[in-house]
Design a protein around this ligand. Structure first.
Ligand code: BES
Ligand code: MN
Ligand code: ZN
Length: 508
């Protein structure tokens, strides 16, 4: 495989007194909110007049994700909508900056600049300037990404965005820009792996990738359970899913131990589904759209990314990621509908549908995670088509057993601009999961609350007393084609959300 890097952006805060560092031809980015251009005061009189003339002719309200290149300016200007109306919304703010990053990349611009005066008109409900600057840098960096690794002739179009003057002279704001840029670069690096198709990235390659990640920052360590180890561990559900493929399953454990952990701080556990390809198994999926099932590894990639983010941002909480990795194929050794498998925790599961494989591999991984008695467990998975029916591509589904943990995740969501929406977990929803001959069956009533049924299944593998939440990212993990604020392919949904939760550092 080529070692070429995909387009990445380097967003940086220029040092005070070095405000002229931005390249002369750098595109000036101006956010627009509710029809008002922020930072327009910094324009020359002639440019301000040209901009007003352009705005009179063109309607540009500042809908998040809209961008425009106003004509007649003395140097290039990019308008980036960050919200047309309403109270401040981090998701829209992020989306607006991401669209700006993408517009720069699409225009093959190699330099941009943002001036501190962009924060001069903060909307109602806006968070601190540090928080705004962090999201801005994350958006610019992630928006400029595209997956170019496997296309010949496409170079690494690095974009440098310099943030200068005004509030950017404050050390805390500069630090926020740097941390945002670091987060974006890490997410982009992980997207380069998440976007690899199944012929180039199987369970063994994922394990190698995790080992390399462990060497990339202090405090990280990696352990891989191969097929033999999984047999010894009686991980019957994970093994059953993997047995239809020649590429054997494995389980990755990536741990981050902070240099200065709070005394007695128990690690939190993250569990992420990594099906390297989901053909459905013997219950084969239809061919239409099956090529997207290489993205069925994105929950696993998101939790690996979250742990790497924790390490690179030097967050104070210890964290362990568990990633069960398998390929769900209909080979001669594949499990059949009706098979009854024994999960690692001893429960027997009737496999009614081999395409409901995510919950099977997660059940064993949750059991491994729970054994270490973590402070909390959060799992992330492209688990159900039903969550796309419920929420589309605007939010990930979330459910769980602990209100404090769910509230902490909501707070992280509001901070990082990644939307989540809660589903109920009334115990009645578990009734259809009762097995006829085994303890459980791996699906509920077809067409009825499929996302909740999957969540209720997972709940059976988390002991009472450990706060647990489950994120279904089937609708948010990838873009099937490019959107204004992001390239086609993996989004790494969940990664920044989990990092924001870890960063908040609350007990839950
Ligand atoms: N990986 C899929 C879920 C999925 C579907 C993700 C579409 C993204 C887009 C999962 O393994 C699956 O096949 N789920 C089934 C479960 C059903 C058989 C109970 C589904 O949602 O159809
Ligand atoms: Mn499936
Ligand atoms: Zn799947």
């Amino acid at each position: 495989m080529s070692e070429k890097k995909s387009a990445m952006s380097a967003v940086r805060a220029a040092c005070p007194g070095n405000a002229g560092a931005a390249a002369a031809g750098a595109v000036r980015i101006l956010p627009v909110r509710a029809g008002a251009v922020w930072g327009a005061e910094a324009l020359s009189e002639a440019d301000a007049a040209a901009l007003s003339a352009w705005l009179r002719k063109h309607e540009f309200k500042g809908e998040a994700g809209d961008t425009a290149w106003p004509q007649g300016m003395s140097s290039p200007v990019l308008l980036a909508g960050v919200g047309a109306s309403g109270a401040f919304d981090a998701a829209r703010w992020l989306r607006g900056w991401a669209a700006a990053g993408k517009a720069l990349a699409d225009a093959k611009a190699d330099a941009g600049r943002v001036e501190g005066s962009v924060f001069d008109r903060l909307p109602d409900g806006a968070p601190s300037r540090e928080a705004l600057a962090r999201l801005m840098a994350e958006g610019l960096g992630m928006g400029a990404y595209r997956f170019a690794k496997l296309r010949s002739g496409e170079g690494a179009a690095a974009i440098a965005v310099a943030c200068t003057g005004g509030d950017f002279e404050e050390p805390a704001v500069r630090r926020a820009v740097e941390r945002g840029a670091l987060a974006a670069d890490t997410v982009n690096e992980m997207r380069d792996a998440a976007n690899l198709p199944a012929n180039r990235f199987g369970p063994a390659e994922l394990a190698d990738f995790a080992r390399k990640l462990a060497a990339s920052a202090p405090g990280l360590s990696c352990k891989v359970y191969d097929e033999k180890a999984l047999r010894r561990e009686k991980a019957g559900a994970l093994l059953a899913v993997g047995q239809g493929s020649d590429r054997t399953p494995c389980l990755v454990r990536l741990e981050y131990k902070p240099a200065k952990a709070a005394k007695g701080a128990r690690p939190v556990a993250l569990v992420g589904k990594a099906i390297l390809f989901d053909a459905g198994g013997i219950c084969l999926k239809p061919a239409k759209g099956m090529e997207w099932m290489q993205y069925d590894k994105c929950g696993g990639m998101a939790v690996l990314a979250a742990v790497v983010l924790a390490a690179r941002l030097k967050l104070p909480r210890p964290v362990v990621a568990w990633v069960p990795a398998a390929e769900n194929l209909p080979g001669g050794g594949a499990q059949r509908p009706g098979d009854i498998v024994t999960a690692r925790n001893g429960k027997t599961v009737e496999v009614l549908n081999t395409d409901a494989e995510g919950r099977l591999i997660l059940s064993d991984a949750l059991d491994f995670a729970a054994e270490e008695k973590p402070a909390a467990i959060v799992d992330v998975a492209t688990l159900t088509g039903a969550v796309v029916v419920a929420l589309g591509h605007e939010a990930s589904g979330v459910m769980g057993s602990d209100d404090a943990l769910l509230a902490a995740l909501d707070a992280a969501s509001a901070a990082c601009g990644e939307r989540i929406w809660r589903f109920p977990m009334w115990e009645e929803y578990a009734k259809p999961l009762k097995g006829t001959f085994g303890d459980l069956r791996n699906m509920g009533a077809p067409g009825a609350a499929g996302t909740i049924a999957a969540g209720m299944f997972l709940k059976q593998f988390v002991p009472d007393g450990i706060p647990w939440a489950h994120l279904d990212i089937a609708g948010t993990a990838w873009n099937e084609s490019a959107v204004a604020w992001g390239a086609a392919g993996a989004t790494l949904a969940g990664a920044r959300l989990l990092a924001a939760w870890l960063e908040a550092g609350e007990e839950n």
